[in-house]
Design a protein around this ligand. Sequence first.
Ligand SMILES: NC(=O)C1=CN([C@@H]2O[C@H](COP(=O)(O)OP(=O)(O)OC[C@H]3O[C@@H](n4cnc5c(N)ncnc54)[C@H](O)[C@@H]3O)[C@@H](O)[C@H]2O)C=CC1
Ligand SMILES: O=C(O)CCC(=O)C(=O)O
Length: 527
Amino acid sequence: MFKVLVADPISELGLQKLYEHPDIQVDIQTGLPEAEIIAIIDQYDALLVRSQTKVTASIIQAGKKLRVIGRAGVGVDNIDVPAATKAGIIVMNAPDGNTISTAELTFAMIMASARKIPQAHQKLKNGTWDRKSFVGVELRNKVLGIIGFGRIGTEVAKRAQAFGMKVMAYDPFMTPEKAEEVGVQAASVNEIVEAADFITVHTPLTKDTKHMISTPQFAKMKRGVRIINCARGGIIDEAALFEAIQNGIVANAALDVYEQEPPTDSPLVGLEQVVVTPHLGASTEEAQINVAIDVAEELVNVLTEQPFKNAVNLPSLPQEVLKSVQPYLELGEKLGLLLAQRIRGRVQSIKCSYAGDLSKISVSPITRTLLKGILSYHYGEEVNYINAPLFAEEQKIQTSEIKSGKHKVFTNLIHVEVTTDEQVYSVAGTLFNGLGPKIVSLDGFTIDANPTGTMLITEHTDTPGIIGQVGTILGTSDINIGSMQVGRKEEGGLAVMVLGIDKPISVELLHLLRNIRGIHSVSEVNL
Ligand SMILES: NC(=O)C1=CN([C@@H]2O[C@H](COP(=O)(O)OP(=O)(O)OC[C@H]3O[C@@H](n4cnc5c(N)ncnc54)[C@H](O)[C@@H]3O)[C@@H](O)[C@H]2O)C=CC1
Ligand SMILES: O=C(O)CCC(=O)C(=O)O
């Protein structure tokens, strides 16, 4: 008998899938504090939550029998996924069921901010008939900028078009075909912030999207712009938004999500110009039924060893395959992550080549970790080992897996080449017996670097003084260089430098380095 603990309110219609199963027992205990979950979790095979319960590393550690944690919704930021992965626990989500509800809430927020409905409502409820203070704007002929054009962003665009809005959209993985099919203008974030009357964000919260709308972006916006966030708190810099409202750039903002939830200390909540809801994007009867059914079905699949698709962390591999590829999985993901942090432009193809011992074993799990490493950097944690190839396919990214037999130098070698519409990038790595993973080539330059910690990678002209200038800039900013590798093909030609540094560097410092004469590019890579 498998025992499932349901720790948050989840639709009974979804739970029905669990009740129906003869080998599954369901216990519903919602609203328990962390300590009480820790006290009982060792009896359970599965834990099912929505977003209230924080599934901490301590809960995960105490869950000695836990095999799967299910999240009835998209974002898994209330679950310590790295801790679950480390413990070998599968984390699943339900990514499709709340798309429409969240798109509809976003549209309600667009309307509320255009017509100041909540403010007018409140004033009338307070007894004041005030028609002068609430003159709004029409949506027709206005420009809506959508940042993040996945499931929800796309549905918001369709609704905006029905209102006669012109839609501009930015997403690093949006193909020209998709933009044309939905009828939106593909644009950069800069173009959107300069042209839009309304801006709405629909990305996950990642290192790249955190504060992607901040003071420099507000400074370029039209006066009177309206800002909507129904995705994740922190994509829009709340302090910068506060300032932009105070100085009249932003006319109105509508927020469903916050950097801290609940936003008890946020001065934004008290502003007349800001409409707020308490993270209600997925709060409809329909969405809650959809996500509950989806996640319950997936829990049953995992517990009964049936194929499943929405795991956000672990692959499900037969034991023998797992054993032979296991040592290469981490290397594969790191190579993918390294490339993801270097590439510029839209990804068109990813070619994964395997040589030496690797040409004798099943490498598709390594390809999956590579794709996951590249794609999850942009898509966030919902790209997993299982769905990464499908994600690539959906984004019209060509992927290939090539085995090339024995290698002249290495007993095993993984070589990855990513082609974007701007450039071709490549990296190769190997597992040395006893020495662990190594990066042995970058864009065709031979190097020998450990894929770990913070790295600084430059492309520069092989000319005297460049390495010294980089060292001086880092040194005067108290950044220690732990390791250094330089590679070139010919004297005076193009060269690369890979520095292992002891702490991350600031954006300002990156700009300083990029301004050194002879340096063509500088990327900070965190592995
Ligand atoms: N307020 C609420 O209650 C709800 C919030 N959400 C949140 O909404 C967001 C979007 O959800 P979905 O559309 O289902 O996800 P999705 O994965 O379908 O779309 C996300 C899109 O963001 C894009 N993206 C990633 N990095 C980007 C970047 N740096 N710049 C621009 N685009 C970038 C990805 O390429 C992807 O197309 C997620 O953060 C999700 O957690 C989802 C449901 C309910
Ligand atoms: O369960 C909820 O209400 C939160 C939904 C959400 O934010 C998500 O699915 O990412």
